[in-house]
Design a protein around this ligand. Structure first.
Ligand SMILES: C[S@@+](CC[C@H](N)C(=O)[O-])C[C@H]1O[C@@H](n2cnc3c(N)ncnc32)[C@H](O)[C@@H]1O
Length: 324
């Protein structure tokens, strides 16, 4: 048994297929507390800057998303309502899609592009992987970064966030080699079409056998996800796409109240029509995983140089999650 598999089986790493009711409650409680604590810390930050609480306005601004338009994520306060409304659902989506890839090794270094309030860091923390994970978030909105910097309630993940964008050449300037996993969670702007710069920064599969890419987008941006998938495949990346309906049912349970988040939500005037929840449909989420069998090192192994064709790759079980 590999070290990683030992850890997964003995040390409580999250396994969706055998999650019992007690573990489900603990997971949701951790999620609830982490988002609520970040929201309270960000609220203190708003008070210190004398930003008045206009939660209904922020909720209205976020409605742009439903009209396939970008809200102003840089409006002070908006990330608070975004996090209460969307962060649990985004966390469950990232967590569910990553665990749908049945691998027995884990990333140690993650680049989260369009990191927003820090959903990826929280999802990775809840997965309880046997490695410590470092995460760098790239995000154009300073206000989102301020919220994410308030979201330091993770044990297994150390996150830092810096300003940058998909469309300003940030990825081209960053050395991407050190990252095991690249995450794009609902971060493509509507009508994104700067593929040349993005694909150029990512490089070909031959140069990236140790890297996995996870893309999550709601149905309304499925064309962007599909287009990204086609372009990656054309550059040799093996890629799978699937939908939230392919995830284990447990991910989509919505039976436990997010009590701590609801307390914050009430405190700021109960914006929107529903209290914070873990899951709802529609919209469906679609997932793209490029390189679902990355040659990430096992526990105790050093990272291997990414040289085309020289890495030993694990033999992994076939999954049936809606492969194209
Ligand atoms: C819907 S939120 C998703 C946030 C986070 N990834 C999540 O899963 O909750 C979209 C995020 O993408 C960011 N964003 C918008 N345009 C971007 C761009 N050109 N490059 C990178 N991020 C962008 C926004 O500022 C916002 O934080």
């Amino acid at each position: 048994m590999t070290n990683d598999r030992y850890w997964r089986e003995r040390r409580g790493m999250l396994r969706l297929e055998s999650l019992n009711d007690f573990q489900w409650r603990r997971l949701i409680e951790r999620l609830d507390k982490a988002v609520a604590e970040a929201a309270r810390a960000y609220l203190r930050h708003l008070h210190a800057r004398r930003v008045s609480i206009r939660s209904d306005d922020w909720d209205l601004e976020l409605d742009e998303l439903r009209l396939a338009r970008e809200p102003d994520y840089d409006e002070p306060g908006l990330p608070l309502v975004y996090a209460l409304k969307y962060m649990p659902r985004r966390v469950m989506s990232i967590l569910g899609s990553l665990l749908a890839v049945d691998i027995d090794r884990y990333p140690s270094s993650v680049l989260d592009i369009g990191s927003g309030p820090g959903a990826t860091a929280l999802a990775l923390d809840l997965i309880n992987a046997p490695r410590h994970i470092s995460l760098l978030g790239i995000e154009p909105s300073r206000e989102m970064i301020a919220f994410a910097d308030s979201s330091r309630f993770t044990w297994r993940v150390t996150a830092r966030y810096q300003e940058g964008s998909l469309v300003d050449g940030t990825l081209g300037r960053l050395p991407l080699d050190p990252f095991d996993l690249l995450v794009f969670s609902a971060s493509f702007p509507y009508h994104f079409d700067e593929w040349g710069a993005l694909l150029g920064a990512l490089g070909s599969y031959a140069e990236n056998a140790g890297k996995m890419i996870l893309v999550v987008e709601p149905e309304a941006k499925a064309d962007i996800l599909d287009s990204f998938g086609r372009r990656l495949r054309a550059r040799g990346w093996p890629a799978r796409t699937f939908c939230c309906h392919d995830l284990p049912e447990i991910i989509k349970r919505d039976d436990l109240a997010l009590k701590h988040m609801q307390e914050v939500w009430k405190r700021i005037g109960s914006p929107g029509s529903t209290p914070p929840r873990t899951w709802w449909n529609p919209p469906d989420d679609k997932f793209l995983i490029a390189n679902p069998e990355p040659s990430w090192p096992l526990l105790g192994e050093a990272r291997m140089a990414t040289v085309s064709g020289t890495e030993s790759r694990p033999s992994l079980p076939e999954k049936a999650h809606g492969q194209p």
